[in-house]
Design a protein. Structure first.
Length: 385
């Protein structure tokens, strides 16, 4: 136990521990640390993953504040814990936490500061989807980001796409940004036959098309439902579409399915803890996003060797390409429908693509190697050899 206490401390500041890609990835990475002790500090209410962190003996400090709290009061509360913990590194994730961490650095704290870029926050596609007032608010945040970026010692980016977009948006030199992909444990996605789950969820389905993701417009589930409706009406088969995830767009998506007359072909599974099992019983995985950070669920599909249909956004193409998946033009419902039809008729031809994709994933997305990269970069930032 004494050896554990002697390890240099990395304090992770994050908005909350709700179930999201960034939060789950940090749990996977930090539980494997060997050289550093991770401590998490969450700012706001929402800690669905807290028990998962506690199971891995990771200390979590929860401030449980409302987002309306004065910034100065929030900073004072964080400072108390920094004084007690004395971290050698503060590593902030998600934009709000990153901006707050810079204010802490500005106070004269001696820790090294890392900010993680996990969302394509300033992409043109995102700006296009926002109403004018929301776009103006984002632009003001972009200015704050630009003004305070010099306080950060190093940036970690989930993808090359995010690195390039952020570099242009806040005039950040690219050599200050290190691309470190999200990782997954391949062993968690080994094939396990699960007829019971398949019979429980899809008793009559000939084939199962699976989508996993938060139910928000940028994830493209409405495109998927529209394409699937065309597919079902033209083939008149018993295939099912399963959408696993929760979010504010749930009602709209259900209404769309009902309007298109395919409610009996679609199952909204809500938030699930058995994604690896769902991937094992799925015949195909469909990922129609308009923009991403780095899509963790797409990496999971690769490791499960489930045939993939994905939109051609740059973030997806860092994980898959024409050699490893069926790629369609983002937002093109007819093209998506064609790829669904092709997948149905040519599943045996996709085997080679799966093997190429799995090999690439082993080389780039293995969780232990991602963890090793984190610890090496911490050492470089601190000047350790």
């Amino acid at each position: 136990m004494k050896d554990v206490e002697k390890k240099p401390i990395v304090l992770f500041i994050i908005d909350s521990l709700e179930i999201g890609g960034a939060e789950k990835s940090l749990l996977e990475i930090t539980q494997r640390f060997k050289k550093y002790k991770p401590v998490f500090l969450t700012l706001y209410k929402g800690n669905s993953l807290l028990k998962e962190f506690e199971k891995k003996n990771i200390e979590v400090i929860t401030l449980n504040q409302k987002k309306s709290i004065k910034k100065s009061d929030l900073l004072n509360q964080i400072q108390v814990h920094i004084n007690r913990i004395e971290p050698c590194i503060v590593h902030a994730t998600l934009l709000t936490s990153c901006l707050i961490s810079r204010k802490l650095k500005k106070r004269g704290n001696s820790f090294k500061l890392i900010n993680s870029l996990v969302n394509n926050t300033y992409s043109l596609q995102r700006y296009k989807t926002l109403r004018p007032l929301r776009a103006l608010k984002l632009f003001k945040t972009q200015i704050k980001d630009f003004i305070s970026a010099h306080l950060v010692d190093s940036f970690f980016s989930n993808s090359l796409t995010i690195k390039n977009t952020t570099s242009r948006a806040i005039f950040l030199k690219k050599d200050r940004i290190k691309v470190i992909y999200r990782g997954r444990n391949p062993k968690s996605f080994y094939y396990k036959k699960n007829d019971k789950l398949k019979k429980e969820l899809f008793p009559d389905a000939e084939r199962i098309f699976l989508n996993v993701g938060r139910l928000i417009p940028q994830k493209g589930q409405s495109d998927l439902i529209k394409a699937f409706a065309i597919y079902i009406k033209s083939t008149k088969n018993l295939d099912s579409l399963a959408i696993a995830g929760s979010g504010p767009n749930m009602k709209n998506l259900k209404d769309l399915a009902k309007h298109l007359g395919i409610s009996n072909h679609i199952q909204f599974l809500g938030r699930r803890d058995d994604i690896s099992d769902l991937l094992n019983i799925a015949d195909y995985f469909v990922f129609p996003s308009y923009y991403e950070g780095l899509p963790g669920s797409l990496i999971e599909a690769i490791f499960s060797k489930t045939p993939i249909i994905a939109s051609n956004i740059p973030e997806n193409l860092e994980c898959v390409n024409e050699d490893t998946a069926l790629i369609y033009k983002k937002g093109d419902i007819d093209d998506l429908c064609q790829k669904i039809n092709y997948a149905r008729d040519n599943k045996f031809l996709l085997t080679e693509k799966l093997e190429h994709g799995y090999k690439y994933a082993l080389e780039n997305f293995q969780i232990q190697e991602i963890c090793n990269i984190y610890e090496r970069e911490y050492g470089n930032i601190l000047g350790y050899r």
